[in-house]
Design a protein around this ligand. Sequence first.
Ligand SMILES: [Mn+2]
Length: 377
Amino acid sequence: MLCKLRIAWVKVKNTLKIIHAADLHLDSPFQALGAEKAAVRRSEQRALLQCIAALVRERQADLLLLAGDLLDTGSVYAETARALCGVLGELDCPVLIAPGNHDYYCASSPWARLELPENVHVFNSGAVSCVSLTEMAVRVWGAAFTDTAAPPPLRGFSVPRQEGVLDIGLFHGEVGRPESPYAPISEQELLASGLHYVALGHIHAFGGLLRAGNTYYAWPGCTEGRGFDECGERGVLCVELDRSGACTAELVPLAQRKYEIVTLDVSAGALEERLPDSGGRDICRLVLHGESGGAPDIQHIAQIMSGRFFAFEIQNRTAVSRDIWEKAGEDTLRGLFLRRLRELYDGAQDEPERERITQAVRWGLAALDEGEAVNPL
Ligand SMILES: [Mn+2]
């Protein structure tokens, strides 16, 4: 009896450690990468589950919370189903999942069909329900998307207070946009909920640890970028929630590869030396701009980039500079045009006027090159 009591006492920790992840979007199509690399990316996504499990062990977390869109759609590859059951089942802490708009709970969803391990609980109702982890003195309140949209989950909700118990919320939803079809949650509702920490999903970039009254809340963002709208370091949150009311959240980078956009001015000197390098790891969009004496050798640049990035694309926005007055001596319409503009240029009073005339020359030459009549300027 004493022993039992002692175990129970040991488990009720003063500070609860939570690993909070969301929006893994496992089995995403990654169309832009082509079939082969897309398959590599999907297997790397699956490996995120292992990375998260390793982090749970390393940090000796008490709880793993997955706040929706764990899957990209309502169907999963067999490998993903195996990874989910295997990796999550090996953890010796509770795992709670609140399905989101991409992987909403329904009879045909993997959440209903898979035989999930005993330590995994999936919320399956749009109404808030509670999982009581009595040995930890913790309650987790959550709801699921049961369709692609969901009503406000916390409207009129407040926890029935229980002394000494930590109350945690787990929802896929949007804060501060009342008209959102994706389970909108207001700051007022968070404040009135009486929850100590609300683990959210849906927004794909980490927004910091936020607070409404005594309720802390956060969304970790997606764990792995999937396009150039999801650049930079990404990962999961390691949250420490103290029974005194204090809370901290640390974003732990876990993404296997980053997306990045690099913009280079070709007129700023040797381009080759300035090309980025990720040692073959990341996915890069290289944007070239500025004026140069000749068009950049895109093929050569692509060759260099292919050794330095997992995948890349190049956007060439450069312009070729030219000596605009070069043909002023010609006995042609072009020569006549240039001589007239040159007179104006030489007589110009200031730099803005010279700039205007230079622009007029460029337009005029472009029109002549295209064989169009020059409009009077
Ligand atoms: Mn999502």
